[in-house]
Design a protein around this ligand. Structure first.
Ligand code: BDP
Length: 697
């Protein structure tokens, strides 16, 4: 199966002419030696060339047609290094050059890791069959912290995980190094991911005890030569739970000392430890507010302990209080924006892409651009908690791109979210992007073979938030399956469309959070009794006899006022609000006439129907792909698509029947009639739906 080895399959070059060109261009290789990372590069290149070019490329220093991989400082003096000095000066420590010079191909950088990234870039060019005779590539990552967030528990269950158990086998660590750890590090390095938070944000303090630190060290040692740093989640109450203190008050000197000593202890084992990720005072997690202190007090206390070691704090902004009756969409902004400028300089505030929670579609989070003096880090969810788990094919880079390209207007036009994330909008030194991982013990790593594209795409966008989702789709398809245009073109179209499709059959026109409670599997627009109103669906869709949608304008919750003015004005005005966000910002009458001249009710029905029809198209496209895919994978995806189709219909039927109670209108003729009754859909229960979840919801 191609997907067992992720996007690093290194198939023999399919196109005969291209193969010949490559064989011609790479007649010998010369790769620097002398460190673990350089050894990894040597092995990777040899293995890749053997299989892709079907030849054993000799190691020699020929005068031309050579592939030379060497740090800039060790490049043979002479034309090579001097002609590159301008380009070299532009590189960050992780950056690299790939240049064709006098018949040779030279990959160079300032550091071993830069060289590793450059090598993977070059191999990607071969895998995707790009010309390599006139290369002039200068690359540095646009963000600094490019991390996966594993919501992995110490018992190996994964919160919102749909690809098996956690790949961290705490039981057999530190002695036993699973080959998967190495493959994991290699895959991340190949797309430029440079950090991993091993543990769940709903944290367990035990990971900070000596016997776990020893295991963490073993993982860090494996990851280090791949440029991958280890981070941990810090449970705020750890000083009490494992430290025997009576308080975790961040202003208490004993507590401060405890964290300082704990941090020093971690660094003795893991000298390049990255730092802590913290979920505090959110959904039952402890935090500084338990002691009447603020997020700043909490974050800065940890930052101080990490500072001497160059560690960082990633403090999450995903907060909403049970005591705050205001619109949940407003709460993170209200709590954090007043603190702008008060966080220590090694703190990043980690913000989810939207203000509610990883929905199939959300407008960008209003915090982006609103804290000019605080590094804000993007948090995307790669695991598909709200997008069909690992049975639905949804290409997330399209969603990520939509957010990154959104214009915040914070400094006038073109103040897009990508510029907040890469720090250029407000000249930030510390920048980053986090992705909640979709990785588990499944053979294909991500449950759905196409889930790999989301891990891949996250990494590529963390490196360069300006990449287009089309580019990423094409790259991934070519790397993973085939470079045949008859495969790549239709499948690229399918991937790009898949995100809009899921929005259409789950939450069209700005609807959100109407999935079933707890597991979030399937439709549950009727969910109305939960521990808190903002855990119900009715809180979000507000359907009644007049219409549907959440009024977040000035006449409603006024969440629109958290956006910069042209954006706020746009969202406040129903006729200017993009239809994709209509019900996010407005409570709209069922008869409201939309751009196509049809009523809201009919548009709702037609959009759900389109979602279903588009999954049908996906199925038929897939059937044409059989010649390009292994038998097993073809079958797997075929089965998964049939689940997706069944569930798309389920979403449409359940939601339309439920909303019909309020609209009291017939379904338009173009909508296929539901097969079952509303009572039937409401009676469905799924005790086996995967993805362990916390007690609070
Ligand atoms: C929600 C998940 C929950 C997480 C929470 C978070 O349902 O499992 O703990 O986000 O991000 O999406 O902290």
């Amino acid at each position: 199966n191609s997907t067992d080895s992720l996007w690093l399959h290194y198939r023999t070059i399919e196109n005969k002419k291209v193969l010949k060109d490559y064989q011609q261009a790479i007649q010998s290789i010369s790769i620097q030696k002398g460190s673990e990372t350089l050894d990894i590069i040597n092995e990777e290149v040899k293995h890749a060339l053997n299989t892709m070019l079907q030849q054993k490329t000799p190691t020699a220093n020929k005068n031309s047609n050579s592939l030379i991989i060497s740090k800039s400082i060790s490049l043979k003096s002479g034309k090579n290094s001097s002609s590159l000095s301008n380009e070299l000066a532009q590189l960050t420590d992780e950056g690299y050059l790939i240049q064709s010079i006098e018949g040779n191909t030279i990959i160079t950088s300032k550091t071993d890791i830069g060289l590793l990234y450059g090598t993977f870039h070059f191999l990607r060019l071969l895998q995707t069959e790009q010309p390599i005779d006139d290369l002039s590539i200068v690359q540095s990552p646009k963000t600094q912290i490019r991390v996966l967030n594993h919501w992995d528990n110490l018992d190996r269950t994964v919160e919102r995980g749909y690809a098996g158990f956690s790949i961290w086998n705490w039981h057999t660590l530190p002695e036993y190094i699973d080959q998967r750890y190495i493959e994991y590090a290699r895959a991340n390095a190949s797309i430029g991911i440079n950090g991993t938070v091993l543990t769940n944000v709903n944290a367990n303090a035990l990971v900070l005890t000596p016997s776990y630190i020893e295991k963490v060290k073993a993982l860090a040692d494996v990851f280090r030569p791949y440029g991958l740093k280890v981070y941990l989640t810090a449970r705020f109450s750890a000083p009490m739970e494992i430290g025997g203190l009576k308080t975790a008050d961040p202003l208490n000197s004993e507590v401060q000392k405890w964290w300082q000593q704990k941090t020093d202890e971690i660094y003795r084992s893991v000298p390049d430890f990255g730092g802590f990720l913290v979920k505090a005072n959110s959904e039952g997690q402890p935090g500084p507010q338990n002691y009447g202190r603020t997020h700043v007090d909490g974050a800065n206390m940890l930052a101080k302990a990490l500072k001497p070691h160059n560690g960082i704090v990633m403090w999450r902004a995903f907060v909403y209080s049970e005591h705050d009756p205001s619109d949940r969409a407003k709460q993170a902004y209200s709590e954090f924006v007043p603190f702008d400028g008060q966080f220590a300089d090694n703190v990043l505030v980690q913000v989810k892409n939207g203000a509610i929670d990883f929905q199939p579609r959300e407008p960008f989070h209003p915090m982006f651009g609103a804290m000019p003096q605080t590094p804000l880090m993007m948090e995307f969810q790669i695991t598909q908690e709200y997008l069909g788990f690992s049975t639905h094919l949804v290409f997330l880079p399209k969603l990520f791109e939509e957010v990154l390209q959104s214009d915040t207007y914070r400094k006038g036009k073109e103040s897009i979210v990508a510029k907040v994330v890469d720090g250029t909008l407000h000249n930030k030194k510390l920048t980053g992007m986090a992705g909640v991982a979709n990785i588990g013990t499944d053979d294909n790593w991500t449950g759905h073979p196409f889930g790999q594209a989301n891990w891949y795409g996250f990494g590529r966008l963390a490196w360069d938030p300006y990449l287009s989702s089309e580019e990423i789709a094409e790259e991934w398809l070519r790397l993973t399956f085939s470079t045949n245009e008859d495969f790549v073109e239709p499948m690229k179209k399918l991937l790009i469309q898949s995100r809009e499709t899921v929005v259409k059959y789950m939450t069209p026109l700005g609807l959100h959070h109407i999935m079933d409670a707890h597991h979030h599997y399937g439709p549950g627009p009727w969910i109305s009794k939960m521990g808190r109103p903002d855990w119900t669906s009715v809180y979000y869709h507000k359907a009644d006899s007049i219409g549907i949608g959440f009024d977040r304008t000035t006449s409603g919750s006024n969440a629109t006022s958290q956006y910069a003015d042209p954006v706020a004005a746009q969202f406040n005005n129903i006729s200017n609000t993009p239809q994709k966000y209509l019900l996010w910002f407005h409570h709209v009458p069922w008869d409201y006439q939309m751009l196509n001249g049809k009523t809201l009710w009919n548009n709702l029905a037609l959009t759900y129907q389109e979602g279903v029809d588009e999954v049908e198209e996906m199925v038929s496209t897939w059937h044409k792909m059989e010649p390009y895919i292994s038998k097993l994978e073809f079958k797997e995806v075929e089965m998964l698509l049939s689940i997706q189709l069944k569930e798309a219909k389920w979403w449409k039927n359940a939601c339309m029947l439920y909303f019909q109670q309020f609209s009291d209108k017939p379904f338009p003729a173009e909508m296929e009639k539901p097969e079952k009754s509303l009572e039937y859909y409401q009676s469905l229960k799924f005790p086996f739906a995967p993805g362990i979840r916390p007690k609070w919801d």
